[in-house]
Design a protein around this ligand. Structure first.
Ligand code: AMP
Ligand code: GLY
Length: 419
């Protein structure tokens, strides 16, 4: 089978790595890919958001399955375009992707199906948002409605901060059109866990849970990033908790969307806060998480291609999705200055010294004259696996320290709270 993966991050490298283990794969392509994907797939010079070119290329090259990694092409309707031409595609429709691309829409969906989440209100007028804020207790969360690459959420501790957040998002349009509507939401406290599930629009198969680290520095200091590390499984994510999330969140959302004629297939990602009054949804994503995927897929024992094809056929109920008991820990190595401005083009050394049982998923990398160089903010994810998190963490860091490039920095506390 000839499979195309759309995207260029470590998430897509992990998806391609896992797909490459399937005996039915004959050729893998990645658009546009990175310095790591090119070792197992053919990289194509087509951007992940160039929907028309991707569809045309897949059709012309008889691609048997296209897997969409990032949210932007999904929100732009890439899966619909593939389906219109009867091209097999893994990912939800544009309407389904609203679960991530419109937080207001996701909130209304949750309300209709009694899915536990923070109390909230939606505004299109800054003056009404400002008035509402006068009567709310603090801290409070202000969120842009649309896609903002993690920059659209502000947790405000004072009324001034909350008002400034409204101005920043709605008046200054700091995240563009994504800020034409905002959500003001009750601030939840507890521990966060990402629970992803495969779904064909009817059945769901939850993946193993993971925790990610969004802030750039240790102890959750500094600005938010695309994700600086992840591990699986968190100890607090008990079987009972996961069953509760499946029953009160994942299945009602999939059933609700089906009932509303927005059948949802692909990956449904629930970002959860486990509060004193139970697990509540912080956000949904319409795709695999990054960096969660880098620690989740290495724990998948089943054939990923088989799972994806069954989803495309609407027969996930027949799939056997098995997970290993091993723990995994992933550490993201980033460019100096990231998530602010950073330089690129630095040679990366040490990649050849990685232990055979560790994994490196590349993101912001490129090849130049036989060398691998940095080409993005998050450069790569180093993943260790072991029988427990202490071992997985030790392996991830032992290997991470052998990789170096100018300005390289990474968090030292990934999974530390578990050991
Ligand atoms: P989101 O993109 O909606 O997941 O928000 C990004 C991060 O902001 C989350 O991972 C949380 O750490 C934080 N956050 C979002 N919503 C809330 C909330 N209602 N209460 C507390 N923290 C939140
Ligand atoms: N790790 C958060 C995300 O993928 O959106």
């Amino acid at each position: 089978m000839r499979v195309l993966v759309v995207g260029s991050g470590a998430r897509e490298h992990a998806i391609i790595w896992k797909l490459s283990q399937s005996p039915r794969i004959t050729q893998l392509y990645c658009a546009p890919g990175n310095g790591g994907t090119r070792a197992i797939a053919e990289n194509l010079a087509i951007s992940a958001t160039d929907v028309a070119d991707l569809v045309e290329w897949a059709q012309a090259h008889s691609i048997d399955l296209t897997v969409i990694g990032p949210e932007d092409p999904l929100a732009a309707g890439i899966a619909d375009r593939f389906r219109e031409l009867s091209l097999p595609v893994f990912g939800p429709s544009k309407e389904g992707a609203r679960i991530e691309s419109s937080k207001a829409w996701a909130k209304e969906l949750m309300q209709r199906y009694h899915v536990p989440t923070a109390a909230s209100a939606t505004f299109t007028e800054p003056s009404e948002a400002e008035e509402y804020l006068r009567h709310q207790s603090l801290p409070i969360v202000v969120k842009a409605d649309g896609l903002a690459a993690g920059k659209g959420v502000i947790v405000a501790h004072t009324r001034e901060e909350a008002l400034a957040a409204v101005a920043h998002i709605m008046k200054d349009r700091a995240v563009g059109e994504a800020g034409s509507r905002i959500i003001i939401e009750e601030c939840l406290t507890g521990v966060e866990v990402s629970v992803l599930a495969f779904t064909d629009g009817k059945s769901i198969r939850p993946m193993v849970p993971a925790c990610d680290y969004k802030r750039v520095f240790d102890n959750d200091n500094g600005p938010n990033t695309g994700g600086m590390g992840a591990y699986s499984p968190p100890r607090f994510a008990t079987k009972e908790l996961l069953a509760q999330i499946e029953e009160t969140v994942l299945q009602p959302i999939v059933d609700g969307m089906a009932a509303e004629d927005v059948p949802y297939s692909g990956v449904l990602y629930a970002g959860m806060m486990v509060t004193e009054s139970g697990p509540k949804v912080l956000e949904f994503n319409c795709r695999f998480g990054d960096p969660e995927t880098q620690v989740i897929l290495p724990r998948l024992k089943s054939d990923l291609l088989d799972v994806m094809l069954r989803i495309v056929e609407g027969k996930l109920g027949e799939a056997d999705v098995q997970w290993s008991e091993e723990a995994s820990c992933g550490v993201v190595l980033a460019s100096g200055g990231y998530p602010g401005p950073f330089a690129k083009g630095y040679p990366i050394s040490g990649l050849e010294t990685i232990d055979s049982d560790a994994l490196v998923f590349q993101a912001g990398t490129a090849r130049q004259g036989g060398a691998t160089i940095t080409s993005g903010g998050r450069v790569l994810t180093v993943v260790g696996l072991d029988k427990d998190l202490a071992g997985a963490r030790a392996k991830a860091y032992a290997n991470a320290t052998r990789i170096s490039f100018d300005g390289c920095h990474y968090r030292k506390d990934v999974a530390l709270r578990e050991v």
